[in-house]
Write a protein of this length. Structure first.
Length: 186
């Protein structure tokens, strides 16, 4: 689906707002929910209400052009309509966000490595239950098929949230210590 479990919204926003990135790449934009929410917590909440004064660059990559909607034009600087594995980043982002997308890749390890290579911090949110693998193509969208059931142990990094349904792991890709001494269990 071009959406994800609403349970993770406050957890993701708490983490992203705490990081205060100047650039984000949203991998698997879907309906654009997180791009809009990132824009709200990082620019709009500070009175920067129009594109001309925004200080945070938010780009996205989405494989399915049919998900494009007005949120793309409003919240994102650029949305690249292509497969993540074919995408060529021309810059390093502060944050790469993979919200409910990693499970859609048969070679999820390569998809994760690619995100880590182009970002200082990578955030992964993924289903954490064996039944999630049963999600096939959603309404004819072939890229919605879940290829693998993941766990925090498989994905690695620092697990900052997990329950029986979903988990969130973060990676400090530059060993900056951004998470050192911080309680990010949310």
């Amino acid at each position: 689906m071009p959406s994800s479990d609403a349970l993770t919204i406050p957890k993701v926003l708490s983490l992203v707002c705490g990081l205060a990135p100047k650039s984000i790449l949203d991998i698997g934009v879907g309906n654009g929910r997180y791009g809009f929410l990132f824009r709200e917590c990082l620019d709009l909440n500070y009175g920067r209400l129009s594109k001309g004064v925004w200080q945070v660059e938010i780009d996205g990559v989405e494989v399915d052009f049919s998900y494009m909607n007005p949120v793309y034009d409003y919240a994102y600087g650029k949305v690249y309509i292509e497969n993540w594995m074919d995408f060529k980043a021309d810059k390093q982002y502060d944050v790469a966000f993979m919200g409910d997308v990693l499970e859609h890749f048969e070679d999820w390890q390569s998809a994760l490595v690619k995100a880590k290579e182009i970002s200082k911090t990578t955030i992964v949110v993924s289903p954490n239950w064996p039944g999630s693998i049963a999600q096939g193509q959603w309404r004819g969208h072939e890229h919605e098929d879940h290829k693998v059931a993941l766990s925090p142990q498989m994905v690695g990094g620092r697990c900052v949230f997990a329950n029986s349904k979903i988990f969130m792991c973060v990676f400090d890709n530059t060993n900056s210590g951004v998470f050192d001494g911080k309680d990010f269990l949310i």
